[in-house]
Design a protein around this ligand. Structure first.
Ligand code: MD6
Ligand code: FE
Length: 217
Protein backbone atom coordinates (compact mmCIF):
# COMPACT_ATOMS: atom_id res chain seq x y z
CA UNK A 1 0.00 0.00 0.00
CA UNK A 2 1.23 3.49 -0.79
CA UNK A 3 1.60 5.56 2.38
CA UNK A 4 -0.76 8.54 2.32
CA UNK A 5 1.43 11.62 2.74
CA UNK A 6 -1.63 13.73 3.56
CA UNK A 7 -3.15 11.41 6.17
CA UNK A 8 -4.09 13.30 9.31
CA UNK A 9 -3.60 16.74 7.75
CA UNK A 10 -6.71 18.90 7.81
CA UNK A 11 -8.22 19.45 4.37
CA UNK A 12 -8.72 23.18 4.07
CA UNK A 13 -9.43 25.16 0.94
CA UNK A 14 -6.70 27.64 0.13
CA UNK A 15 -6.86 30.50 2.61
CA UNK A 16 -5.12 33.84 2.23
CA UNK A 17 -4.87 36.53 4.91
CA UNK A 18 -4.01 39.65 2.89
CA UNK A 19 -4.46 41.99 5.89
CA UNK A 20 -5.52 41.71 9.55
CA UNK A 21 -9.27 41.02 9.54
CA UNK A 22 -9.37 40.13 5.83
CA UNK A 23 -9.58 36.45 4.89
CA UNK A 24 -9.89 35.20 1.32
CA UNK A 25 -11.02 31.59 0.85
CA UNK A 26 -10.16 30.73 -2.76
CA UNK A 27 -12.71 28.59 -4.63
CA UNK A 28 -14.63 27.79 -1.44
CA UNK A 29 -17.94 27.85 -3.33
CA UNK A 30 -17.02 26.39 -6.72
CA UNK A 31 -18.67 23.01 -5.93
CA UNK A 32 -22.02 24.40 -4.70
CA UNK A 33 -21.99 27.37 -7.12
CA UNK A 34 -24.71 26.09 -9.46
CA UNK A 35 -27.09 25.39 -6.59
CA UNK A 36 -26.36 28.75 -4.94
CA UNK A 37 -26.78 30.63 -8.23
CA UNK A 38 -30.18 28.98 -8.74
CA UNK A 39 -31.19 30.61 -5.44
CA UNK A 40 -29.79 33.93 -6.63
CA UNK A 41 -31.83 33.62 -9.83
CA UNK A 42 -35.00 33.28 -7.80
CA UNK A 43 -34.22 36.51 -6.00
CA UNK A 44 -33.43 38.30 -9.28
CA UNK A 45 -36.74 37.12 -10.77
CA UNK A 46 -38.61 38.73 -7.88
CA UNK A 47 -36.52 41.88 -7.45
CA UNK A 48 -34.66 42.66 -10.69
CA UNK A 49 -31.25 44.36 -10.44
CA UNK A 50 -31.37 48.06 -11.22
CA UNK A 51 -28.88 50.91 -11.61
CA UNK A 52 -29.41 52.99 -8.49
CA UNK A 53 -28.46 56.66 -8.27
CA UNK A 54 -25.81 57.99 -5.93
CA UNK A 55 -26.73 60.97 -3.72
CA UNK A 56 -24.83 63.08 -6.29
CA UNK A 57 -27.27 61.96 -8.98
CA UNK A 58 -25.00 59.62 -11.01
CA UNK A 59 -26.38 56.27 -12.12
CA UNK A 60 -24.17 53.41 -10.85
CA UNK A 61 -22.53 51.12 -13.43
CA UNK A 62 -23.25 48.11 -11.20
CA UNK A 63 -26.85 46.84 -11.16
CA UNK A 64 -28.06 46.03 -7.63
CA UNK A 65 -30.79 44.27 -5.74
CA UNK A 66 -31.14 42.71 -2.29
CA UNK A 67 -32.63 39.85 -0.34
CA UNK A 68 -33.30 39.49 3.36
CA UNK A 69 -35.12 41.64 5.92
CA UNK A 70 -33.13 44.74 4.93
CA UNK A 71 -31.67 45.95 1.65
CA UNK A 72 -29.04 48.58 0.86
CA UNK A 73 -30.32 51.40 -1.31
CA UNK A 74 -29.05 54.70 -2.65
CA UNK A 75 -30.88 57.62 -4.23
CA UNK A 76 -30.83 61.43 -4.06
CA UNK A 77 -31.75 61.10 -0.36
CA UNK A 78 -28.54 59.18 0.45
CA UNK A 79 -27.31 55.70 1.31
CA UNK A 80 -29.33 53.58 3.74
CA UNK A 81 -30.88 50.23 4.54
CA UNK A 82 -34.59 49.84 3.85
CA UNK A 83 -37.04 47.04 4.66
CA UNK A 84 -38.90 47.66 1.39
CA UNK A 85 -37.72 47.71 -2.20
CA UNK A 86 -38.44 51.28 -3.29
CA UNK A 87 -38.98 50.17 -6.92
CA UNK A 88 -41.55 47.50 -6.16
CA UNK A 89 -42.85 49.09 -2.92
CA UNK A 90 -42.67 45.64 -1.32
CA UNK A 91 -40.36 43.81 1.08
CA UNK A 92 -37.17 42.38 -0.41
CA UNK A 93 -37.31 38.65 -1.24
CA UNK A 94 -36.27 36.40 1.66
CA UNK A 95 -32.59 35.49 2.00
CA UNK A 96 -32.24 31.91 0.70
CA UNK A 97 -31.24 29.64 3.56
CA UNK A 98 -28.41 27.92 1.63
CA UNK A 99 -26.79 31.30 0.93
CA UNK A 100 -27.22 32.50 4.51
CA UNK A 101 -25.73 29.31 5.91
CA UNK A 102 -22.73 29.46 3.58
CA UNK A 103 -22.07 33.05 4.69
CA UNK A 104 -22.37 32.26 8.41
CA UNK A 105 -20.05 29.26 8.02
CA UNK A 106 -17.43 31.30 6.14
CA UNK A 107 -17.55 34.01 8.82
CA UNK A 108 -17.00 31.41 11.55
CA UNK A 109 -14.11 29.83 9.62
CA UNK A 110 -12.49 33.27 9.40
CA UNK A 111 -12.82 33.84 13.17
CA UNK A 112 -16.19 35.59 13.37
CA UNK A 113 -18.58 33.17 15.10
CA UNK A 114 -22.19 34.27 15.58
CA UNK A 115 -22.51 36.27 12.36
CA UNK A 116 -26.20 37.11 11.97
CA UNK A 117 -26.74 38.69 8.55
CA UNK A 118 -30.02 40.50 7.95
CA UNK A 119 -29.16 41.92 4.51
CA UNK A 120 -27.64 40.55 1.33
CA UNK A 121 -26.72 43.03 -1.39
CA UNK A 122 -26.46 41.47 -4.85
CA UNK A 123 -24.24 43.32 -7.33
CA UNK A 124 -24.28 42.44 -11.01
CA UNK A 125 -21.34 43.71 -13.09
CA UNK A 126 -21.44 43.73 -16.87
CA UNK A 127 -18.05 44.18 -18.57
CA UNK A 128 -16.91 47.76 -17.93
CA UNK A 129 -18.83 48.10 -14.65
CA UNK A 130 -16.75 49.14 -11.66
CA UNK A 131 -17.11 50.29 -8.09
CA UNK A 132 -15.23 53.29 -6.77
CA UNK A 133 -13.32 53.27 -3.49
CA UNK A 134 -15.73 53.29 -0.56
CA UNK A 135 -16.18 52.26 3.04
CA UNK A 136 -19.10 50.13 4.20
CA UNK A 137 -20.39 52.13 7.13
CA UNK A 138 -24.17 52.23 6.82
CA UNK A 139 -24.46 49.27 9.22
CA UNK A 140 -25.24 49.72 12.92
CA UNK A 141 -22.66 47.32 14.38
CA UNK A 142 -19.10 47.29 13.04
CA UNK A 143 -18.19 44.31 15.26
CA UNK A 144 -20.04 42.11 12.72
CA UNK A 145 -18.08 41.26 9.58
CA UNK A 146 -19.15 41.43 5.95
CA UNK A 147 -18.99 38.22 3.92
CA UNK A 148 -18.62 38.52 0.16
CA UNK A 149 -19.20 35.82 -2.50
CA UNK A 150 -17.96 36.22 -6.07
CA UNK A 151 -19.34 34.34 -9.07
CA UNK A 152 -18.72 34.52 -12.81
CA UNK A 153 -16.15 36.81 -14.43
CA UNK A 154 -13.06 37.68 -12.34
CA UNK A 155 -12.49 41.05 -10.71
CA UNK A 156 -9.55 42.99 -9.33
CA UNK A 157 -10.56 44.08 -5.86
CA UNK A 158 -8.70 47.10 -4.48
CA UNK A 159 -7.97 46.81 -0.80
CA UNK A 160 -7.12 50.20 0.69
CA UNK A 161 -6.50 51.51 4.17
CA UNK A 162 -8.53 53.38 6.75
CA UNK A 163 -8.07 56.69 4.91
CA UNK A 164 -9.05 57.15 1.28
CA UNK A 165 -5.66 58.19 -0.11
CA UNK A 166 -3.67 55.25 1.30
CA UNK A 167 -2.12 52.94 -1.30
CA UNK A 168 -4.21 49.96 -2.33
CA UNK A 169 -3.28 46.31 -2.86
CA UNK A 170 -4.99 44.28 -5.56
CA UNK A 171 -6.77 41.01 -4.79
CA UNK A 172 -8.03 38.79 -7.59
CA UNK A 173 -11.59 37.66 -6.86
CA UNK A 174 -12.65 34.70 -8.99
CA UNK A 175 -15.67 32.44 -9.34
CA UNK A 176 -16.38 30.72 -6.03
CA UNK A 177 -14.13 32.92 -3.91
CA UNK A 178 -15.27 34.09 -0.48
CA UNK A 179 -13.90 37.21 1.17
CA UNK A 180 -14.50 37.85 4.86
CA UNK A 181 -13.99 41.40 6.02
CA UNK A 182 -14.17 42.39 9.68
CA UNK A 183 -12.47 43.42 12.89
CA UNK A 184 -9.60 45.85 12.23
CA UNK A 185 -10.40 45.81 8.49
CA UNK A 186 -14.11 46.56 8.78
CA UNK A 187 -13.77 50.23 7.79
CA UNK A 188 -11.04 49.90 5.17
CA UNK A 189 -11.61 51.58 1.85
CA UNK A 190 -12.08 49.21 -1.08
CA UNK A 191 -13.34 49.15 -4.64
CA UNK A 192 -13.52 47.05 -7.79
CA UNK A 193 -11.71 47.76 -11.07
CA UNK A 194 -13.69 47.70 -14.30
CA UNK A 195 -14.65 44.12 -15.23
CA UNK A 196 -12.96 42.91 -18.41
CA UNK A 197 -15.10 41.42 -21.19
CA UNK A 198 -15.42 37.65 -21.13
CA UNK A 199 -17.80 34.77 -20.75
CA UNK A 200 -17.91 32.48 -17.74
CA UNK A 201 -19.07 28.89 -18.44
CA UNK A 202 -21.72 28.86 -15.73
CA UNK A 203 -22.58 32.54 -15.26
CA UNK A 204 -22.15 34.06 -18.73
CA UNK A 205 -20.96 37.57 -19.53
CA UNK A 206 -21.11 39.04 -16.05
CA UNK A 207 -19.88 38.94 -12.49
CA UNK A 208 -22.07 38.60 -9.43
CA UNK A 209 -20.97 39.70 -5.99
CA UNK A 210 -23.10 39.01 -2.95
CA UNK A 211 -22.34 40.77 0.32
CA UNK A 212 -23.94 39.57 3.53
CA UNK A 213 -24.21 42.15 6.25
CA UNK A 214 -25.67 42.78 9.66
CA UNK A 215 -27.37 46.13 9.11
CA UNK A 216 -29.64 46.50 12.16
CA UNK A 217 -28.25 46.71 15.71
C1 MD6 B 1 -17.57 43.64 -5.00
N1 MD6 B 1 -17.63 44.35 -2.74
O1 MD6 B 1 -16.76 42.76 -4.70
C2 MD6 B 1 -17.89 44.75 -4.06
N2 MD6 B 1 -17.69 45.48 0.62
O2 MD6 B 1 -18.14 43.67 -6.07
C3 MD6 B 1 -17.69 45.21 -1.71
O3 MD6 B 1 -17.94 46.38 -1.85
C4 MD6 B 1 -17.42 44.68 -0.39
O4 MD6 B 1 -16.61 42.58 -1.17
C5 MD6 B 1 -17.44 45.09 1.87
C6 MD6 B 1 -16.91 43.86 2.14
C7 MD6 B 1 -16.62 43.02 1.12
C8 MD6 B 1 -16.87 43.41 -0.18
FE1 FE C 1 -18.13 47.45 0.02
Amino acid sequence: MTPDLFAGLPVTPERLDPAPGVVLFKARLTAPAAALLAQVDEVLAQAPPRHMRTPGGQSMSVAMTNCGPLGWVTDRQGYRYAARDPEREQPWPPMPEALRQAAVSAAAAAGFPGFAPDACLINRYAPGARMGLHQDRDEADFSQPIVSFSFGLPALFLLGGLVRNERTQKLLLEHGDVLVWGGPARLRFHGVQAIQPGCHDLVGECRFNLTFRRAAP
